[in-house]
Design a protein around this ligand. Structure first.
Ligand SMILES: *[C@@H]1O[C@H](CO)[C@@H](O)[C@H](O)[C@H]1NC(C)=O
Ligand SMILES: *[C@@H]1O[C@H](CO)[C@@H](O)[C@H](O)[C@H]1NC(C)=O
Ligand SMILES: [Mn+2]
Length: 443
C-alpha cells in the first residue's frame, strides 16, 4: 500500500507544485493584460476604476499593496472594521479559490462570503448633510435591481442595505430582475433567502437573456412606486441615501438624480468615499468622471449643493416613474449594456429635463474587474453607441466618426421609432446641449 501512496503523493505534488504557479501566472497575466486593454475600450464606463491603486495591477505577488486609510475626521474605526481590514491584509491572494472566484465574479469571493449579507459601511457624507431634514410625505420608491450571474453575497448585501437603510414607508418594493443567471445559488437558494422579505420583494426571472437595458425596462414595467430607483446588483447604500433623491424628484418631476457613487474595492471590498464628481464623456462616447472644484460649491448650500451633470455613469439613478415612461424609457433596440447611460442623459437634457448628482446621497458600488475579451459585449457597446450617434448627435456625429472611422458604415438596426420619439418630444438640437450643458466637450 505504502509503496503506492508515496509515489502517488510525489506525483500529485509534482503536478500541483508545478502547474499551480504556472496556471496562476498565466491567468494573472492574462487578467492584467485584459485590464489594461480595457481602459482603451469604449466598454469601460466606470472610469473611477481607473483611479484604483495601480499596484493592484503591477505588483507581482501580493494583491493589493499597502492599505491607504481614507480621511474620516472625528470618527474612529469600529472594531469590526479593524478586524476586517486585518483580514484583507492577511489574505492569501494566490490561492486558487480566490483567483477562480475573482475571474468568475469580478470581485473577491472569499471576503464577500465572509462579509455575508449585512455589514455596516462608513458614513461618507459631508457633515453639512446631517443638517438636512426631509419631509415625511415624500413619494414612494420602487427599487429596481437587475442581475446576471452576480456573486450571491454581493447581491444579498445590496438587498439588505436597501431594506436596512430605507424608511419602509418610502419603499414601495424592491424589484429584482434575474437576467437568465446560470449560477446554482441564484436559483432555489436565492428564493429561500428572499422569503424573509415577503411582500417587499418581487423577483422576476427572464425567460431569455435580455441584457441589462431591457431588463431594467421589464423591472420598471412591474413597478408601482412613484419613483423608480435603479441600482446595480453589487451596491451597498449609505445612511439617508434615498431621501435626498426622493425630495428632488418630488420637487420637479423632470429632475433625474444620481447619488454620489462611492467605491467598494473589488479586492478588499473596502468602502471608500469618492470626491464630488460630475459625469462626462469624450467623443469616443467613453464615460469619465470630472472633478468638481470646491469653488463650484461656494454657494449657500456649500458641499451639499446638487451638481449639474452632463451625464450619468451607469445604472444608479432615481427618476419619476411617469416621466421615465414619458421620455421613452430606454432604447429597446440596444443590447446587453453600454452607451444607454449616455443616451438617457442626452435625452433628459435635450428634451426638457435635468440631471443632477446629489452629494448627500451616497451609494457604494463594487468597481468590478472582469476579463475583457468578451466580443459580445464589445459588439453591444458599438451597436448601442451607433444608435445613440444616429439619433442624437446631429451634425456632430462626424466628431464620433472622425475617431471611429471604421464604424461609419456599420449597421445599427431600425432607429425610426427613436427618431420619431425625439420629434414627438420636441427635443432641442445637440448644439443646444453643447452650448448650455456640456461646453467642455470641445470639438
Ligand atoms: C497561499 O496559497 C498558495 C496556493 O494555494 C500556497 O502555495 C501558499 O503557501 C499560501 N500562502 C500562505 C501564506 O498561506
Ligand atoms: C422601422 O420600424 C418602423 C416602426 O417602428 C416601421 O414602420 C418601419 O417599416 C421599419 N423600417 C424598416 C426599414 O424596417
Ligand atoms: Mn456595476
Amino acid at each position: 500500500m505504502r509503496g503506492i501512496i508515496i509515489p502517488s503523493l510525489l506525483y500529485v505534488f509534482l503536478i500541483f507544485g508545478i502547474w499551480t504557479p504556472l496556471l496562476y501566472i498565466l491567468i494573472y497575466h492574462n487578467h492584467v493584460n485584459n485590464f489594461e486593454k480595457k481602459t482603451q475600450e469604449p466598454a469601460s464606463i466606470w472610469s473611477l476604476e481607473r483611479n484604483l491603486p495601480r499596484q493592484v495591477i503591477h505588483d507581482s505577488e501580493q494583491i493589493p499593496g499597502p492599505y491607504v486609510r481614507y480621511e474620516r475626521p472625528d470618527e474612529d474605526e469600529t472594531k469590526e472594521e479593524k478586524s476586517f481590514l486585518k483580514m484583507s491584509k492577511d489574505f492569501n491572494y494566490s490561492s486558487s479559490e480566490f483567483i477562480d472566484g475573482f475571474l468568475k465574479y469580478g470581485l473577491n469571493p472569499i471576503l464577500s462570503k465572509i462579509l455575508g449579507s449585512e455589514r455596516e459601511v462608513p458614513d461618507t457624507r459631508n457633515k453639512k448633510c446631517f443638517q438636512n431634514h426631509y419631509p415625511t410625505n415624500l413619494p414612494t420608491a420602487s427599487v429596481v435591481i437587475c442581475f446576471h450571474n452576480e456573486e450571491f453575497n454581493a447581491l444579498l448585501r445590496t438587498m439588505f442595505s436597501v431594506i436596512n437603510l430605507t424608511p419602509h414607508h418610502f419603499l414601495e418594493e424592491i424589484i429584482l430582475v434575474d437576467d437568465m443567471s446560470n449560477f446554482d445559488d441564484l436559483k432555489e437558494k436565492l428564493d429561500y433567502h428572499l422569503e424573509i422579505f415577503r411582500g417587499k420583494v418581487k423577483l422576476i426571472r427572464n425567460k431569455k437573456r435580455e441584457g441589462l437595458i431591457r431588463s431594467r425596462m421589464i423591472g420598471a414595467s412591474r413597478a408601482a412606486g412613484d419613483v423608480l430607483v435603479f441600482l446595480d446588483s453589487h451596491c451597498e447604500v449609505n445612511k439617508v441615501w434615498l431621501e435626498p433623491l426622493l425630495q428632488a424628484v418630488a420637487k420637479d418631476p423632470k429632475m433625474v438624480v444620481c447619488p454620489l457613487i462611492d467605491v467598494i474595492d473589488s479586492i478588499t471590498l473596502e468602502y471608500q468615499p469618492s470626491p464630488v464628481v460630475r459625469g462626462a464623456f469624450n467623443w469616443y462616447l467613453q464615460f469619465k468622471w470630472d472633478r468638481v472644484f470646491s469653488y463650484e460649491m461656494d454657494g449657500p448650500e456649500g458641499p451639499t449643493t446638487p451638481i449639474r451633470s452632463p451625464a450619468m455613469a451607469g445604472g444608479i439613478f432615481a427618476i419619476n416613474r411617469h416621466y421615465f415612461n414619458e421620455i421613452g424609457q430606454y432604447d429597446k433596440g440596444m443590447n446587453l449594456w453600454g452607451a444607454e447611460n449616455l443616451e438617457l442623459s442626452l435625452r433628459i437634457w435635450m428634451c426638457g429635463g435635468q440631471l443632477f448628482i446629489l452629494p448627500c446621497s451616497r451609494v457604494g458600488h463594487v468597481s468590478k474587474r472582469r476579463p475583457q475579451n468578451q466580443p459580445e459585449l464589445t459588439k453591444a457597446v458599438m451597436h448601442n453607441s451607433l444608435r445613440l450617434v444616429h439619433v442624437w448627435l446631429d451634425e456632430y456625429k462626424e466628431q464620433f466618426f472622425l475617431r471611429r472611422p471604421g464604424l461609419k458604415s456599420v449597421a445599427y438596426g431600425n432607429i425610426s421609432e427613436r427618431a420619431e420619439l425625439r420629434k414627438r418630444l420636441g427635443c432641442r438640437p445637440f448644439q443646444w446641449y453643447l452650448d448650455n450643458v456640456f461646453p467642455e466637450l470641445e470639438t
